[in-house]
Design a protein around this ligand. Structure first.
Ligand code: MG
Length: 304
């Protein structure tokens, strides 16, 4: 596949969002299942999870080096960087959402709901008010592959919000089969959430839904896009509100009205991605065994 061949322009608008000369680079490989990239702007480095190998890796953009960031790592999955520059992590092993403080201490933000242990937090975002929102499907307890096999105590897979003042955990979305990646629109009036229920049974969801957000509350959930090939797992939005999402062995780009604009094909199944680089115009892509990057013609928004 030639360099230009990675770009599939489905809607003419996509042509202006990518540069056909921009190459897809493989920055690192050797993972069992790469997930959860998070960009640290202050240090020009990226942290991601290699879930089955129970480790976190670090790619340093300044010299291209790759090293182990933390191992064991509690089978971390999704990560984000909060508004104070701290790492927020979903941990399958500890069945919790944790935060790494500036002094390196790892503290628990949430590990239960209504007195029952969480399943296995999967992906996480931080709203501008400091609240932490995360999905809690069962992938990390379904088997020993990505955590520790166990029964669900809650008996459901929900999206939760952690209140920034009280630390209280509330269920904000309870109508999904396997909520997975999630992201706010730039103005935070919309919350996009992937449902990967099809991993368990044919006929179950392989869609992205969108919900209206009003302060702390979420409602009016509706279908946004269907993933015809593969699954939407993790995604991020650009500064114009387009959605850049994993979709099988590609990153698919959707307009805010749900139109599929185009794809960037990747040699392996994509799990998740994030923006990086000093201008947030570098897509960092976690795809099965490897971390890839490609520079695009738009800039990322919000939680990177
Ligand atoms: Mg995920």
């Amino acid at each position: 596949m030639g360099d230009a061949g990675i770009y599939e322009i489905i809607d003419p608008r996509f042509a202006a969002l990518v540069n056909s000369h921009a190459r897809l680079e493989r920055l690192a490989t050797g993972c069992a299942w790469a997930e959860g990239p998070a960009w640290f702007a202050a240090g020009s480095y990226l942290v991601w999870s290699d879930i089955p190998n129970d480790r976190m890796l670090r790619y340093d953009e300044t010299d291209g080096s790759v090293s182990v960031f933390r191992a064991p790592a509690g089978y971390t999955n999704g990560h984000t960087v909060d508004r104070e520059g701290r790492l927020v992590s979903c941990e399958h092993g500890g069945r919790r959402v944790s935060r790494t403080e500036h002094d390196g201490t790892v503290v628990t933000l949430a590990d239960s709901y209504a007195g029952k242990r969480l399943n296995s937090p999967n992906d996480v975002i931080v709203k501008s008010d400091g609240s932490v929102w995360f999905s809690d499907p069962s992938y990390g307890i379904d088997s020993d592959f990505e955590g520790h096999k166990a029964e669900s105590e809650i008996g459901a897979c929900n999206v939760y919000r952690i209140d920034p003042a009280s630390g209280a955990v509330s269920a904000v979305i309870t109508d999904m089969v396997r909520p997975n990646g999630l992201a706010f629109s730039p103005d935070e009036t919309l919350l996009y959430v992937a449902d990967t229920g099809a991993t368990h049974k044919p006929g179950q969801p392989r869609e992205m839904r969108v919900y209206d957000v009003d302060g702390d509350s979420v409602g009016n959930g509706r279908h946004f896009a269907l993933c015809a090939d593969g699954l939407f797992d993790g995604f991020r939005l650009d500064s114009d509100g387009r959605i850049w999402t994993s979709a099988g062995a590609s990153v698919a780009c959707y307009a805010p009205d749900g139109t599929l604009l185009g794809r960037i094909h990747v040699p392996e199944t994509v799990a998740n991605l994030c923006w990086g680089g000093p201008k947030l115009n570098m897509l960092h892509i976690c795809a099965t065994s490897s971390l890839y990057a490609v520079r695009v013609m738009v800039n990322g928004h919000g939680t990177v």
